[in-house]
Ligand binder design. Structure first.
Ligand code: ADP
Ligand code: MG
Ligand code: ZN
Length: 620
């Protein structure tokens, strides 16, 4: 903005200063050339004579020059002597009779008054000048702002040239299926003839759907990079302005530009900002502007001729709110779902992000990938970056395994808060609580693998027992749910067993346990006979990307009682089970707590060694 617009005012102020300077110089010149100074000196000591004597001398031709300045009269005689005199201010030269044309005496009248007047009005003149310049400047400003208002409707899409996009498919780890689908799009753009000659239609729109950070934007850039065509990228929110109609005209402009540059790709990121269900009162009310913008996108996409070779790629993490019209064939008819990366993909993503970092020789990324279940590509990138920061802080030459491990913990559990001071009692409660989770979890056969126990405060938690799923799991058994509930209750059970007292520390555990039990009854048909194999609760909208939609009750008061009973029974059964396990291993619990209080963190291997009294066979 600054580069182009600051120009005109710059030259203007330059002109202004020249004008000001010029006037100043002129003023000083005027005062310098003013003859009064020299004559003042010359006549300072001249003898004074009466005015009538001067008139007589003039008539007699005794003077060579008479100068009149205001009321003063300076006379130079023919012999070179000087005299001075005073006249009445109303006496003019002609009244005094000094204007005889036959007289050779030079009579000068210095019009000081005129000069004074000039001096008097000069400031006014300058002021006027300033005002005029100011006005000009103001008008120019208005004109300029009007011209920016005019360019409002221009699209703000950033254009990247084919050569500028450096991203390739090899920079996108995992997502083999998605890449394959997009490979086709790349081929369309490269050899459209191949498809059109046999009558196949080139897809107009591709919708990338996935949770935030799963690499949608990255993938779109990779498509542009691979196909080597210009890439117009714009975020959905950039269409929307304060003024109605601006979005629509931006869409028009964007598509017009794209057609001129075809073949090319238009990438609309976060399209849900404009592509929401139209006329829906539910989502932010009817937003006129958004509707118009969306209508325009639809119109433009319909208006594409087959030969234009413009492909629209859009990305969203809320396909459930998108307008149906966007999804019908001929628009975004290709939908590519991008899942959170699985174990193998996570390892590959980590690999991609080690490429630009100095890594230590022996790094086990599989281990890191195992620890990062459920994290997205963006999270993994963040982890590798945190690891590099740790390495730099610790003055390592390369990023070590330890740095990455710490980074994973920081990202997954929040930064450590070693400064938070806990009382001895609180610390000991926390240690028992966490070891309660650990022991129960370790002894429940279906529970996830124990990974680490820590009583270092992190974020909002005082301690943490970290379990890792062996593999990414897509289904869960009834036994696993019950074991999970049991493990979650282990913390509270330990507190009660040891202190005969309970704290608020377990509230989150109880919440999670209740949710699992309730879902067993309501969603998975794992309840008792009274509940049966019916699912309960009607979802408002579709379940998507792990975000539960609101549910409404579609069952009777009686069934609600059955469900509540089941939840309560399940929880109390598992609580008794957890208490039983801990009672049986109370001496181990005491021993482990003492060690944990000293060491603050404990790995699975250390735990197993103390718990079983044997060296673990093999590190896993
Ligand atoms: P989205 O647009 O889906 O929210 P981005 O495409 O902006 O996510 O991804 C954010 C960052 O995460 C990318 O810049 C990239 O560094 C990293 N990332 C995500 N997925 C991958 C992947 N599959 N391979 C490599 N890096 C990835
Ligand atoms: Mg994105
Ligand atoms: Zn707990």
């Amino acid at each position: 903005m600054a580069a182009t617009k600051s120009r005109p005012p710059k030259s203007k102020s330059w002109l202004l200063s020249i004008l000001l300077f010029g006037t100043l110089i002129a003023m000083s010149l005027v005062s310098l050339t003013n003859p009064k100074r020299s004559s003042d000196k010359e006549f300072a000591d001249a003898p004074e004579v009466s005015i009538s004597e001067i008139t007589r001398g003039y008539s007699a031709g005794r003077f060579s020059k008479i100068s009149v300045r205001d009321n003063k009269v300076f006379i130079t005689t023919t012999t070179g002597a000087v005299l001075q005199s005073y006249k009445e201010s109303r006496d003019t030269v002609s009244q005094l009779g000094w204007n005889d044309p036959s007289n050779s005496t030079i009579v000068e009248v210095e019009n000081r008054e005129a000069q004074n007047m000039l001096m008097a009005i000069l400031p006014d003149l300058l002021f006027l000048l300033l005002v005029v310049c100011g006005l000009i400047w103001l008008f120019r400003g208005i004109a300029r702002s009007q011209s920016t208002a005019m360019s409002f409707g221009k699209s703000r899409a950033k254009v990247a040239d084919a050569t500028q996009v450096k991203t390739r498919f090899k920079d996108v780890a995992g997502m083999e299926e998605s890449k394959e689908d997009l490979m086709e799009v790349v081929d369309f753009l490269k050899n459209p003839k191949k498809y059109t000659s046999i009558g196949a239609k080139i897809p107009k729109g591709v919708l990338l759907v996935g949770a935030p950070g799963t690499g949608k934007t990255l993938l779109a850039r990779a498509v542009a990079g691979e196909s080597g065509v210009p890439f117009f990228s714009i975020a959905g929110s950039e269409f929307v302005e304060m003024f109605v109609g601006v979005g629509a005209s931006r869409v028009r402009d964007l598509f017009a530009k794209a057609k001129r540059n075809s073949p090319c790709i238009i990438f609309i990121d976060e399209i849900d900002a404009v592509g929401r269900q139209r006329g829906g009162a539910g989502f932010g009310g009817g937003h006129d502007e958004r509707e118009q913008t969306l209508n325009q996108i639809l119109t433009e996409m319909d208006g594409f001729e087959q030969e234009t070779n413009v492909i629209v790629i859009a990305a969203t993490n809320r396909p459930d709110v998108l307008d149906q019209a966007l999804l019908r064939p001929g628009r975004f008819d290709r939908r590519i779902f991008i899942d959170r990366p699985d174990l193998v993909a996570r390892e590959q993503i980590l690999e991609v992000h080690t490429r630009n970092k100095k890594m230590a020789k022996k790094i086990n990324l599989t281990l890191i990938a195992r620890k990062t279940v459920g994290l997205t590509g963006a999270d993994l990138e963040n982890i590798m970056n945190e690891a590099a920061i740790f390495a730099a802080k610790r003055k390592h030459k390369t990023v070590s395994q330890q740095d990455i491990d710490d980074a994973v913990e920081k990202v997954a559990l929040g930064p450590e808060k070693r400064s938070r001071k806990l009382s001895e009692k609180e610390k000991s409660i926390t240690a028992y609580h966490e070891l309660g989770h650990a022991i129960v979890g370790y002894l429940c056969p279906e529970s996830d693998d124990l990974h680490k126990i820590s009583i270092v405060s992190r974020g909002s938690t005082l301690g943490v027992t970290w379990f890792l799923p062996q593999e990414d799991q897509y289904t869960t058994s009834r036994t696993k749910f019950l074991d999970e509930i049991c493990g979650l209750l282990g913390g509270r059970a330990a507190e009660e067993l040891i202190f005969k007292e309970i704290t608020t520390g377990a509230s989150n555990d109880l919440e999670r346990a209740s949710v699992i039990a309730r879902n067993m009854a309501m969603r998975y048909g794992m309840g008792n006979d009274d509940i049966g194999l019916v699912t309960y609760g009607e979802k408002q909208g579709t379940m998507f990307l792990g975000v539960d939609p609101a549910t409404t009750r579609n069952y009777s008061e009686e069934q609600a009682c059955h469900i509540d009973d089941f939840v309560r029974e399940t929880i109390s059964k598992q609580y008794v089970r957890a208490l039983g396990i801990l009672k049986k291993h109370k001496s181990k619990l005491d021993k482990l707590t003492k060690i944990l209080l000293k060491k603050e963190t404990m790995s699975k291997e250390e735990f197993v060694e103390i718990f079983t009294g044997k060296k673990p066979k093999k590190r896993k």
